[in-house]
Design a protein around this ligand. Structure first.
Ligand code: TYM
Length: 330
């Protein structure tokens, strides 16, 4: 079976964007792949965090992933910092990655423009650690939203270059970007990506929002004055984003959705999108409450996950250390 690796940062509660772009597919892909899923706590240190909040969110996120259907028996669920091999490989890869290529990363440019007071080295080498996360398991497939595709490309470039210099070592990973839902937009500014770090709480739906909150947020979603439910991402970004969400949850095509709401106002349409979203998240939320209450269970899963991930990752680090010429004693 082919192997999957993916990760999510424990910065804030995941949004509907994280769910549709990534987490939902993580669960679905488990039946066809051997999967490793990771809470990327080291990556989240690129933004300053309150230590107690980071610890709490890491456990919450692991619980939420379990609630969303990650099966800890057949898949490996772990916390990035619990597998030290990632940081070990990251250094070797950093020495094989150029300043120029890291400087071209759009996420680095965006984030350093947004937080000019904390443009740290970790933010700059972020894609190298992400490449290590993926390459250390020889992952074939990486299910992510659209905003991570550039990071995936650099991971492939790093792997290819390393293989060229030191001999075949790493599998070149492919991205798995869903056809619908790879880029869910902000409900308040539909030309911007929906993001859990957005200061406007009405711009996103959280995976943990209750039905009333979901309805309220969708009711307020920015649309247009045209009054027709029609897919046109360039001219009707708000309506098109809502149609994308509706389509991804119901499986209906854009044409079917246009027909369903022909002659109806945006009010009916928004209500349908909200109800569908709430229905989809309800079972995950019910499970989440139950799982989060069982700290011993969650910690047991993460301990087991770290041990299983380490077995694979440690072997790769030993192999890479040998290839680059680090002395190994017997
Ligand atoms: P993160 O935590 O920002 O997001 C987790 C996943 O959610 C996707 N996503 C979205 N998809 C659709 N619409 C949106 N509005 C939206 N917002 C976020 C992201 O594309 C991502 O798939 N660097 C990664 C974490 C990471 C990782 C890895 C991923 C660390 N190591 C190795 C894959 C492989 C990140 O910050 O994701």
């Amino acid at each position: 079976r082919k192997r999957i690796l993916s990760g999510i940062q424990p910065t804030g509660t995941p949004t509907l964007g994280n769910y549709m772009g990534a987490v939902r597919n993580w669960a679905l892909l488990q039946k066809d792949y051997d999967c490793l899923y990771m809470v990327a706590d080291l990556h989240s240190l690129t933004v300053r965090e309150e230590p107690a909040a980071l610890r709490r969110r890491t456990r919450e996120l692991a619980s939420l992933l379990l609630a969303a259907g990650i099966d800890p028996v057949n898949s490996v669920l772990f916390v990035q910092s619990h597998v030290p091999a990632h940081t070990q490989l990251s250094w070797i890869l950093a020495c094989n990655t150029q300043f120029g290529e890291l400087s071209r990363m759009t996420q680095f440019k965006d984030k350093s423009a947004k937080h000019p007071d904390n443009v740290n080295g970790g933010l700059f080498t972020y894609p190298v650690l992400m490449a290590a996360d993926i390459l250390i398991y020889n992952a074939d497939l990486v299910p992510v939203g659209q905003d991570q595709t550039q990071h995936l490309e650099i991971a492939r470039d790093i792997a290819q270059r390393f293989n060229g210099v030191y001999g075949n070592t790493f599998t070149l990973p492919e991205g798995y970007v869903p056809a619908a839902g790879a880029k869910i937009m902000s409900l308040a500014e539909p030309t911007k990506k929906m993001s859990k770090s957005d200061p406007n709480v009405n711009s996103f739906v959280l995976m943990t929002d209750d039905r009333d909150t979901i309805v309220r947020k969708f009711k307020r979603a920015v649309t247009d004055s045209d009054g027709v439910v029609r897919f046109d991402a360039a001219n009707k970004p708000g309506v098109s984003n809502l149609m994308t969400i509706y389509s991804a949850f119901t499986g209906k095509t854009m044409e079917e959705i246009e027909a369903e709401f022909a002659g109806k106002g945006y009010g009916d349409f928004k209500m349908a999108v909200a109800e569908t979203t709430a229905d989809a998240l309800a079972p995950v939320q019910a499970e989440y409450g139950r799982i989060l209450a069982d700290k011993a269970y969650v910690d047991g899963v993460l301990k087991d996950g770290a041990a299983r991930a380490s077995r694979i990752a440690d072997r790769m680090v030993a192999k890479v250390y040998r290839k680059v010429g680090l002395l190994q004693l017997d």
